[in-house]
Ligand binder design. Sequence first.
Ligand code: GDP
Length: 482
Amino acid sequence: DGSVQRWSAGSFDKLLGGLLADGFDETSCHSRYQSAMYRHNPGKKPSPYLVSKLRQQEALQRRCGPGTVAYSTALEQLRSGKSDIGSPDCKYLVSISYSGLGNRILAAAAAFMYALLTDRVFLVDPSNEMGELFCEPFPGTTWLLPPGFPLTSYTNFSIDTAESYGNMLKNKVLRNDVVGDVPVFAYIHLNHDATQDDKFFYCDEDQRLLRNVPWLVMRTDNYIVPGMLLDAGFQEEFARLFPEPDTVFHHLGRYLFHPSNHVWGLITRYYDAYLAAAQRRVGIQVRVFGEQPDSPALLEQITKCTQSHGVLPELLLSGTDDPVMPVGRRRHSTAVLVTSLKSWYSEKLKSMYWEQAVATGEAVSVHQPSHEEFQQFGAKSHDTKAWAEIYLLGLTDTLVTTAWSTFGYVAQGLGGLRPLVLYRPENDSVVPDPPCGRDVSMDPCFHAPPFYDCRLKRGADTGKIVPRVKHCIDMSWGLKLV
Ligand code: GDP
């Protein structure tokens, strides 16, 4: 097996160009240093500046994180409500990510980006299984918020929370135009339902104010990174960190999200059994939303898309025999990994490529790890399978994803792939024309962006403010880095 040879020869780059710190205990997290061996596409190289920034962040996490004197002092400050005690060089960002797994991963990566840009210690809310699905990303400390956090109801913070930045602005508890006392904490509500007051977060003058708040608690289900780059404040640092702007999630995702050993078992057993031997791997993500019934139109959309872009071979008419193969020559093989809540689509594809011959003569095998039927929230085995499938999609050579789905965005980012995106049909029984298109970049789409120009202080098309922030092809109002 080629991949095992590569492993033992040690010829692959297990630290991903310095992205990962060396020296972790390997048995506690096999995926961390083994992932490179499963990737045919090694991905982009991180900039030396990003690498050094990550090492600095790790040092900050160790110096100020849970269990340190600085952390106890900062908690004391939060309990007392006074922002003037405490260690001024340790500020914190607590990230609450929730909803489906794809949303949670994107939200946490975006919050981490904000922590990097603002030199904050990054802690994640441990509910939602963040500790079970992923390994620890920081050496010698923890990214999980320990129990006993003084803001006891933080997991219920919502659009109505009085201490949200938006509500404090609206109620004039805080003003972004005068210098005054800052509170010891602010809740940053950047959910899909955030108001324009909440979204002032994306403006420089508001960032100047937030910079001095020791504790921020952020809730989002969105990939907010493109929003953070609309205003000038972060742009210079961002450009140094990411000379290739569309690689933000690619690098931060590979840095943060290492499947825990149980999930890594699911991934590697599946990969080795069904995908490793093929000459070519194709991933097709069929996201079925809500109660959508098995749809012949969607199946047609998938076959049209994949065949017209040369992702899968065209079928010959029924009754046509296989093309003649020279004696002794093996068929080329393509393994298709389908992920979906439903099994119908992959069953149909599998029959198609068995019952009919293809002009290229290649062997097409179709595999689907699970079909969970319905989306569930907070079910552990459901989430471990979802994580394994997202990861497996990212190990393919060619990827087809469904519009609007964060599940697909995570796969494309981790894999470093610009997918073909199946456009969202206006009507479930009609195949969109064209059925799909090549995404403009591998970075995820931000679904709930601001529609406001901070400098002009008025509504604006935020896809036209900065050259590197454009609208997404799958959601016309969404924003993404290109
Ligand atoms: P999104 O809703 O498509 O943006 O993706 P999310 O990952 O945020 O939420 C969808 C959730 O539904 C996933 O986290 C899974 O729990 C479940 N799900 C959706 N599609 C699949 C699939 O193909 N395989 C598995 N195992 N679960 C899926």
